[in-house]
Write a protein that binds this ligand. Structure first.
Ligand SMILES: NC(=O)c1ccc[n+]([C@@H]2O[C@H](COP(=O)([O-])OP(=O)(O)OC[C@H]3O[C@@H](n4cnc5c(N)ncnc54)[C@H](OP(=O)(O)O)[C@@H]3O)[C@@H](O)[C@H]2O)c1
Length: 229
């Protein structure tokens, strides 16, 4: 039985990843900040008690990541760094929101780094050895537009973080990529977005399933094409 660990699994794309991996016969280590309040995820766990385990994990918080690490035994085939925030959407020159900026960097950059570092050995023990961070093409330097400066900066930074880890000697034999899930109808993406969470998660899962060693260090769209850095 393959194992996936998902951060931010209580709603949005993360919840849909959890549902689809369970339906596909995977063991799901579903992580979120507040398991007690995660109704849909608790239902999924109750319906699939052998396949789904719930873990409290706040990617901003060392102690919570360490606690989850203590709870999770065995290898992880796919680590899905999905948790993320869109902070300070309107902040720009003259109205920069530095608290929002710090929060975005903390959750979107330090968060995936912290989780990846804590669970690196778990992934090494897995068969697939894949680390997938849900980034955004808004983090592409090539495609930059002058809006959402904070979010774009955080996603560009996490892209670089994961690229460095992918190329580091410690990552040898592992496949570490960043993916853009599309514009998705979640709390973050809004109701006017292109894709339902079901479509996005299914497409990203196809990309993940198709990843091979040559893809290590890549930046992929949900349709499997490469995105320029
Ligand atoms: N939706 C889009 O169009 C779109 C496009 C490109 C990229 N993305 C990326 O896709 C990922 C998922 O986004 P989404 O659309 O599903 O967003 P969402 O519906 O807003 O869900 C965000 C998830 O991240 C979790 N989260 C936030 N801060 C966290 C923290 N400190 N620790 C643990 N979990 C935390 C949230 O948990 P709580 O419920 O506890 O807040 C929630 O589960 C994000 O990385 C996002 O940047 C989304």
């Amino acid at each position: 039985m393959s194992t996936v660990m998902i951060t931010g699994a209580n709603r949005g794309i993360g919840l849909e990843f959890a549902r689809q991996y369970v339906a596909d016969g995977w063991r799901v280590r579903a992580c979120c900040r507040d398991p007690q309040g995660a109704r849909a995820l608790s239902d999924l766990q109750a319906e699939n008690p052998d396949a789904v385990s719930l873990h409290r994990l706040d990617v901003d918080d060392d102690a919570s990541v360490a606690e989850a690490r203590g709870e999770i035994d065995g290898g992880i085939d796919v680590l899905l760094n999905n948790a993320g925030v869109m902070e300070g959407r309107a902040a720009s020159l003259g109205s920069m929101d530095y608290d929002a900026f710090e929060k975005a960097l903390k959750t979107n950059v330090l968060g995936p780094m912290r989780v990846t570092e804590a669970f690196f050995d778990h992934v090494r023990q897995g068969d697939d050895k894949k680390i997938v961070t849900v980034s955004s093409r808004m983090g592409s330097l090539t495609e930059t537009k002058p809006n959402a400066l904070i979010y774009r900066t955080s996603k560009a930074a996490v892209n670089m973080t994961m690229r460095c880890l992918a190329l580091a000697p410690e990552g040898e034999g592992m496949i570490n990529v960043v993916v853009h899930p599309g514009w998705v109808r979640t709390d973050m993406g809004g109701s006017g977005a292109d894709l339902a969470p079901e479509e996005s998660a299914a497409a990203v899962r196809r990309v993940i399933a198709g990843l091979g060693p040559a893809d290590n260090g890549g930046f992929f769209n949900y349709d499997g094409t490469s995105i320029p850095w």
